[in-house]
Write a protein that binds this ligand. Structure first.
Ligand SMILES: Cc1cc2nc3c(=O)[nH]c(=O)nc-3n(C[C@H](O)[C@H](O)[C@H](O)COP(=O)(O)O)c2cc1C
Length: 117
């Protein structure tokens, strides 16, 4: 990967302030261990805005994925489909919303950068 692409992926904006804030917030989360629970049937589904997802995990919008892999958002959509994860496509993605929706097998959310037009 070219160094500039790696830098874009690995770093944040504005002095990395939100990157550190996110990391700090996430580090406060703990997994609570519960024993003697029947785990033969686990339901991780959630309903958000009337849509039911198998998993509470959704992939945040990441722009220009073609800079990191030739299959870009299509490959990510296929991975999301396997576990039923939600996916948010960036306005500045490398793949059309039609192609991503087809690979995901369900509608994806769209992160819109509004313009003044
Ligand atoms: C390379 C890269 C591109 C991103 N592109 C977008 C984008 O187009 N739109 C957006 O709303 N957020 C974008 N983000 C922000 C992510 O959606 C996410 O909010 C951020 O990375 C924090 O989550 P994390 O701690 O899991 O990385 C981008 C992040 C990265 C690293």
């Amino acid at each position: 990967m070219p160094p500039a692409h790696y830098g874009y992926l690995a770093s944040g904006v504005d002095d990395d302030a939100t990157l550190f804030a996110n990391h700090d917030a996430f580090s406060k989360l703990r997994i609570r261990v519960r024993r003697l629970i029947d785990v033969r049937k686990i339901d991780t589904s959630v309903t958000i805005f009337g849509q039911t997802w198998n998993s509470p995990i959704a992939l945040a919008p990441v722009s220009s994925q073609g800079a990191f892999h030739p299959e870009a958002e299509s490959a990510v959509a296929r991975a999301a489909k396997v576990q039923g994860h939600g996916m948010i496509l960036s306005t500045v993605g490398s793949t059309s919303i039609e192609d991503v929706t087809a690979e995901r097998g369900a509608p994806v959310w769209y992160m819109l950068y509004p313009t003044d037009d």
